[in-house]
Write a protein that binds this ligand. Structure first.
Ligand code: 0O2
Length: 266
């Protein structure tokens, strides 16, 4: 694409975005307007509330595991509301009709919660505990850990519906939860940055993508090794405890017998 074509394309994109933005903020959904807010702001604030609900649920789980099992499965939690730009791109890419209903139904990751764990096992354990809660409705699971994307991307995605309680209504909201390890997160955030780099020749882009996919494999193997190490450490700790307690039981029995024998002697 030459310079002029690029400029024309850019201008067209800007005009389309302006058109889409104007349509979204139009009279179309006036009944949703609260006194001082545009409808889109109202909707975005609902998504913010939904992501807060989900974040709290994971924080509570982490706290409970910390108290009960002396471990913290969660390293960190991040929440984000999809940017308007990103929403508009998705509307265009998926040909979504310009109504709030369609946007709410078809864009399921406007509210995003990312949960970062140290170990793969904890990802599935947390997902199970979260999905077992009776106010969470599972819409879809995408297991990109068992089935990584061709790019090498790995993460467990849960698309759920969670109710938010407003002053006069209960409203179900969709949230995308991405649960991944620290290593998967490192890879995804670096790959995301690189993907948006412009002005890289096509053949170099292909080389970089291939190397990134290779890095994803190495990272996945490190995750598996770390998990194996944890399992080994847990089981040797368990064996050690078992040995100590059986020694204690042995001592108890021996002492008990001695005492019994002693009693019998008298
Ligand atoms: P951002 O900036 O995170 O918002 P669907 O949502 O199911 O209708 P979609 O969007 O194809 O369809 O869903 P997908 O591919 O299951 O997952 C979407 C999100 O996962 C992306 O959001 C990224 O956050 C993440 N993701 C998926 N594939 C990749 C990848 O190859 N590399 C990286 N780094 N992240 C990925 P957005 O909307 O792309 O961006």
């Amino acid at each position: 694409m030459n310079y002029l074509e690029q400029q024309t394309e850019q201008l067209l994109e800007q005009r389309t975005e302006k058109f889409i933005k104007d349509s979204l903020f139009s009279d179309e959904v006036l009944d949703m307007i609260s006194e001082n807010m545009r409808p889109i702001d109202t909707l975005m604030s609902y998504y913010k509330c939904a992501s807060m609900e989900v974040e709290t649920k994971f924080k509570v789980l982490n706290e409970q595991f910390s108290l009960k099992y002396d471990c913290n499965p969660i390293e960190s939690i991040k929440t984000r509301i999809k940017s308007m730009d990103s929403i508009l791109k998705k509307i265009r890419r998926k040909n979504i009709p310009l109504s709030f209903e369609a946007i709410e139904n078809e864009i399921r990751d406007i509210a995003g919660v990312r949960v970062i764990c140290s170990f793969i096992e904890d990802i599935y354990m947390l997902a199970d505990c979260f999905l077992a809660q009776d106010d969470i409705t599972l819409i879809e699971i995408k297991d990109y850990i068992k089935n990584p994307k061709p790019s090498g991307y790995r993460s467990l995605h849960l698309i759920v519906e969670v109710p938010i309680f407003l002053h006069n209504e209960k409203r179900p909201m969709k949230v995308e939860v991405q649960i991944r390890t620290l290593a998967m997160d490192l890879w995804a955030s670096q790959e995301h940055k690189l993907r948006y780099k412009k002005n890289i020749p096509e053949d170099e882009q292909e080389n970089i993508s291939a190397e990134l996919a290779d890095c994803a494999e190495i990272i996945a193997s490190i995750d598996r090794r770390m998990e194996n190490l944890r399992t080994r450490m847990k089981s040797s700790e368990y064996m050690e405890k078992a040995k100590k307690s059986s020694k204690n039981i042995g001592d108890l029995i021996r002492n008990g017998l001695k005492n019994t024998i002693g009693v019998n002697k008298y």
